[in-house]
Design a protein around this ligand. Sequence first.
Ligand code: MRU
Length: 369
Amino acid sequence: MNVNGKHFRTIWIENNNNGIVKIIDQRFLPHRFVVEDLTSVGEVAVAIKDMHVRGAGLIGAAAGYGMYLAALHAPWDEFFDHSMKHAAGLLLAARPTAVNLNWAVQKQFEAMEAASTNAEKVAVAYKTACHIADMDAAHCQMIGEHGLPIIEEISRKKAGKPVNILTHCNAGWLAFVDFGTATAPIYAAFEKGMDVHVWVDETRPRNQGASLTAWELAQQKVPHTVITDNAGGHLMQHGKVDMVIVGSDRTTFTGDVANKIGTYLKALAANDNGVPFFVALPSSTIDWEIEDGLAQIPIEERGAEEVKYMEGLCEGEIKKVLLTPENSPAANFAFDVTPARLVTALITERGICKPQKEDLLRLFPERKR
Ligand code: MRU
């Protein structure tokens, strides 16, 4: 998508230097646009853990590139495989909830298995990392195409009046390689000239909605309004939300959805008010091993300081301020699970389906056992 009119992806390889992976360092948005160079798997793991990059798809793409950098720097002797296992361990320990991390690491191992020499393994890891990133972008674009008719129908029913869409956190292009998931149908509708307006949940504690979703919508000139996390229910009660679209960090094959903390409350409010609640996701976020999201999806708990402090721009500088009494403890659950029964439909790169096993397997028949 565009930044000041110029096309960017969220992650890419430096022109003329295959040893440098470039990322948009999201810690500085929306106030500064910073591009960071990553040259080792250790740096990639830190970038994931400390959220220079975040969002399920982008975490997966970063892990793919991280494995490539690990291969590039691994000793070209009998310790190569050991070194790759160590690299995988570093990446897998970075963040637990988004399944894309494990998915991308496994894809790299599967691809390298077919190569015989270490030089071939490096070449294959490079190709696979680029493929993971390209697929992520392509799948997000397809999600936009499949989700577009939903917005078109609401727009038709409202005789062209603005379609009000609520989203939570950032499932935009910054969370993926390009286009995003929840935002892809919105961008497609906006490009077709439809009148859309997005309610953007600020998304405490890290405020991915207020700082990232609002920034990317503003960059694409899509009308939007930032709201507090608690405002969604009120807006739905007053008919000001036509649909909710969120992303997913891990989706069970039975349709339960782990997404940013607070998603579940939005789903409950939507259900109570008859507002359709859609989840947009590429198949890389589907966990085909897990049946019960509530019991089986690991929920990341992050540091208390993210809750206790808030960051923002003050007199031209990014500053951090304390919100709570200094010694009050804080808890920081980063994700929650929305049960399938509260989800109207899933929007995937292969089409739309009900959040249930049979429907998901109809779209992804190769997953049948
Ligand atoms: O903690 P984050 O920012 O990596 O959380 C991921 C998210 O952005 C959301 O949960 C998002 O809605 C999922 S789509 C990648």
